[in-house]
Design a binder for this molecule. Sequence first.
Ligand code: FES
Length: 164
Amino acid sequence: MIQFTVNGFPQSTDAPADTPLLWVLREGLKLTGTKFGCGAGLCGACMVHIDGARAFSCQTQIDQVAGHRVTTIEGLSADSSHPVQQAWVAERVPQCGYCQSGQIMSAADLLQRKPHPTRSEIVEHMSALAPRAQHGGRRRQPWRRTVADEAQPRSACPAGSRQW
Ligand code: FES
């Protein structure tokens, strides 16, 4: 039996040790805010936090989280009040919504560790994600609400150009 914590609640599973964390979250715990995209560590739709740091849940075996804290998009805040979530809504970023939880979890990870990242740090951090859908410039707008102006990404959505 593997024991761990999800969004502040103790959980356990008898899933095989090599089961992806993503499967346990979605199928076992019904936390479907974390999405399956590529299954290969490329798109970031499955992003969660493990002990406060971002991690691809599709690439994390369930035995690797034994005794650790997992946070999903459902647990990022109790009432969607996390600054990144508020900025996402205010700027009307979502379109299809498929990659949104992964994008938000990744942005929250960066801002937790570095509240005022530079533009290049944002680009480098968010370039780990390859969203399925284009979002035009709207995905850049939350950064304007959460970090200094000089940190604003200025070019196209990484879905198309891999540059901000
Ligand atoms: S589903 Fe995990 S990175 Fe794409």
